[in-house]
Design a protein. Structure first.
Length: 178
């Protein structure tokens, strides 16, 4: 495993803070307004995609997830559902590391395919865990139970992955952080 340097630690801190703060402020409000759990997926998987592209080291995405979880608990002490996203960040990191970060981000087509698959599966895992362990509300029943909830999160993972890919593509085309 490659060591994390000060540049990597800075990127981890920025990504984790971005995810944790944006999620704690906007996701609960969006959920109360719509009953849809997808804004947290948009935020999370776009940030994880940028972090994966920026750092490209196994373990970094897991650390981002852990720190974002702590930040989320600071702002939202009862937000235990975020533990599902912590697990999703571990799956995201392990899957991307298995394929190889450098290989994934070398070709645009492979980036799109890999990130979309990994973000969708990771978001579905988050939804499944949240639905299984943290939901006992009419919202869960209204959306088809645990598997319906996981499907909603998977849809959010698709959109979050697409947002992340478009942001990475923009940063690459402008030769920022290459």
């Amino acid at each position: 495993m490659k060591r994390l340097n000060s540049r990597d630690l800075t990127a981890i801190a920025l990504c984790a803070a971005l995810w944790g703060v944006l999620n704690s402020i906007f996701a609960p409000t969006f959920f109360r307004m719509t009953g849809l759990p997808i804004l947290c997926d948009f935020i999370g998987f776009s940030v994880l995609t940028i972090g994966a592209w920026w750092i490209r080291k196994t373990g970094a995405i897991t650390i981002i997830g852990l720190i974002a979880t702590v930040i989320n608990f600071i702002f939202n002490p009862g937000g235990f559902q975020f533990l599902g996203f912590m697990a999703a960040s571990i799956l995201f990191d392990a899957s991307m590391g298995l394929v190889g970060y450098d290989a994934i981000f070398k070709k645009h087509t492979l980036t799109i395919i890999s990130v979309m698959i990994v973000s969708t599966l990771s978001a579905a895992l988050a939804g499944y865990l949240i639905g299984t362990f943290f939901m006992a509300t009419p919202a869960l029943i209204a959306w088809g139970g645990v598997f319906g909830w996981a499907s909603l999160h998977a849809a959010g993972g698709i959109i979050g992955g697409a947002i992340g890919i478009s942001m990475v593509t923009s940063l690459k085309s402008r030769k920022i952080l290459t």
